[in-house]
Ligand binder design. Structure first.
Ligand code: AMP
Length: 565
């Protein structure tokens, strides 16, 4: 941890280059004019290979088709599907027509999707038919039994009064549903209206609602503007050195800001291609797509990089095309970052930190940071943003002293959709967004995330940060991944517990792990409980649900206390 100084933990990003003051639709039109023949979207498993001019042409056709259904700027259009070309087409078509895209987690089930659709008054839903155990069409028909007897486009459901139109991607025709391909064929009568609508759209209007992943409480609809997310995508791409003609491999979900902002909007502003290896993360498909498409960039949350590096036939792939990318979404262990630089050849890889409500990225390493910083910190504050660290009384801490990370600037959402109370809980009158993360900023302005406030462990009155212990255990050669949580303890209030995933074909016992810690870290930081597991409870975006680990331990240890999120 950095030395404590008189300087305060309040940093401001550069004011150059200037912010983009255009809409996402305009960015697409510009990309098509500037890089007409460069690849824009490559989806090998769907045989899709579209240039920027082709993507823009198709987005306009779909936008016209959506307008012909009676949708108007400001209406909400939901998208519920794993990664596919139609997802991205819908994203850009919605932006062209000024429709607010509501991105729905493809892992959601009935109650969650019904809540989401109702909460933000979705008028039209674009849905996949099915994927693995998710029968999207069947779930929608359970939620709205009137679908099969309704005229497509004129649904009337008492439970979801705003929902009028259901559009199904692929598959056989089905009563009550419109076919995506038919809407995507466009409508000649509406085409001329697009430029007229485009001219009236304002970059400060809402264009996207993302339901925050909710590793804890109930999901909230973060509302984001063109200006919020287009700029964030642009500055993320800039930090990574993303170039015109690069191909970016995107195994992260599109419904989350990692996919739709950090990947798609970085590509449209830098002329790189979006390459989707599979509908959902698949380490082997990721590797084979990097090789086949000669990708220069790769994204992932830490667990994805671990899975890619641990793939049994990893050495059989030619990954020499890789150069850059980004690891984000959860703490990025130093040892893992080093492996990504060395074994994946990603010499320019960056770490980014942020949250959906801030579009998402607020800190990122950059190419000119020394390697040591690039593997061990979240870098420095991004341009046009301000970050401060506050203590429990709201005072800005001296540099080197941890506290809650707060972000202000262009990237901060206007608020949660229709939820002024929840908005006021985290966004103050001066525009500061409280992140709920504990971070620290050093003398040189580099940041580090120590953990979530809720994950901090208080053992015998002492604050322990799981992140520090996780980083240490990552150094054990047999450890592939590790999660540390606090579990209730009658004597100390809380005790540390480590769940460890070993590399394939490894074997280890508790004594061995304790011996590794002995004399290396303070005695009270050595986890009292150690378990070896095959997997962690995860969200689709690769975030470990620590509260479920806690819950499982409470049950196993017979503590009988309901663990809270
Ligand atoms: P989401 O809104 O789903 O993007 O989740 C945001 C949360 O992910 C943040 O509040 C952090 O807790 C966590 N997070 C994102 N990036 C990082 C990172 N680089 N290091 C540590 N935690 C991160």
């Amino acid at each position: 941890m950095a030395a404590i100084s008189e300087q305060l933990s309040h940093v401001c990003g550069a004011d150059q280059p200037p912010l983009l003051e255009i809409t996402i639709g305009e960015a697409l039109v510009r990309a098509a004019a500037r890089w007409p023949d460069r690849p824009a979207l490559i989806v090998p498993f769907q045989d899709v290979r579209w240039s920027w001019s082709e993507l823009a042409r198709r987005a306009d056709l779909l936008a016209a088709g959506l307008l012909a259904l009676g949708l108007r700027p400001g209406d909400r259009i939901g998208i519920w599907a794993p990664n596919c070309a139609e997802w991205t087409l819908t994203q850009f078509a919605a932006a062209r027509a000024g429709l607010i895209l509501v991105t729905i987690n493809p892992a959601y089930r009935r109650a969650e999707v019904a809540y989401t659709l109702a909460k933000v008054g979705v008028r039209a839903l674009v849905s996949a038919e099915r994927f693995k155990s998710s029968d999207y069409v069947g779930m929608m028909e359970d939620i709205v039994p009137q679908i099969s007897s309704s005229t497509p486009g004129a649904l009337a459901s008492p439970g979801l009064p705003d929902l009028r139109t259901l559009i199904k991607i692929g598959g056989e025709p089905r009563p009550g549903w419109l076919a995506f391909d038919e809407i995507a064929a466009g409508d000649a009568g509406q085409a001329a209206r697009l430029d007229e609508i485009g001219a009236r759209l304002d970059a400060r209007q809402a264009i996207n609602i993302q339901f925050t992943s909710g590793t804890t409480g109930s999901p909230k609809g973060a509302t984001l503007t063109h200006r919020n997310i287009l700029n964030n995508g642009y500055f993320v791409g800039l930090a990574e050195g993303l170039r015109e003609g690069d191909r970016l491999c995107v195994p992260v979900p599109l419904y989350h800001c990692f996919g739709m902002v950090m990947a798609n909007l970085a590509c449209v502003t830098h002329g790189a291609a979006m390459v989707y290896p599979a509908p959902v993360f698949d380490p082997r498909a990721t590797l084979s797509t990097i090789e086949a498409e000669r990708c220069e960039g790769l994204y992932g949350v830490p667990t994805m990089f671990i899975a890619v590096l641990d793939c049994p036939d990893f050495d059989g792939y030619d990954l020499s095309s890789l150069r850059t990318g980004c690891m984000a979404g959860a703490p990025c262990p130093v040892e893992l970052m080093k492996a990504v630089v060395e074994r994946l050849h990603m010499k320019d890889v960056t770490i980014a930190y942020g949250m959906t409500e801030t579009s998402p990225v607020s800190f990122q390493t950059s190419l000119d940071d020394p390697l040591e910083r690039r593997v061990s910190s979240i870098g420095r504050v991004q341009p046009h943003l301000e970050v401060k660290i506050i203590d429990s009384e709201g005072h800005t801490t001296p540099r080197g002293v941890p506290g809650e990370v707060c972000t202000r600037g262009y990237s901060v959402m206007p608020g949660y959709w229709n939820d002024p109370e929840k908005t006021a809980e985290c966004l103050d009158a001066e525009g500061w967004m409280r992140t709920g993360d504990i971070g620290v900023i050093d003398e040189a302005g580099y940041g580090n995330i120590v953990g979530r406030i809720k994950d901090m462990v208080i053992r015998g009155g002492e604050n322990l940060f799981p992140r520090e212990i996780e980083e240490f255990l990552h150094r054990h050669p047999k450890v592939a991944d590790v999660q540390v949580v606090g579990v209730p303890d009658p004597r100390f209030g809380e005790e540390l517990c480590a769940w460890i995933r070993l590399h394939p074909h490894e074997d280890a016992n508790e004594a061995e792990i304790r011996a590794f810690c002995d004399g290396q870290i303070a005695h009270h930081k050595i986890p009292r409980h150690i378990r070896f597991v095959d997997e962690f409870p995860m969200t689709v975006t690769g975030k470990v649900q620590k509260f479920l680990i806690r819950q499982a331990m409470v049950e196993e240890l017979g503590l009988g206390v309901e663990a809270t999120a």
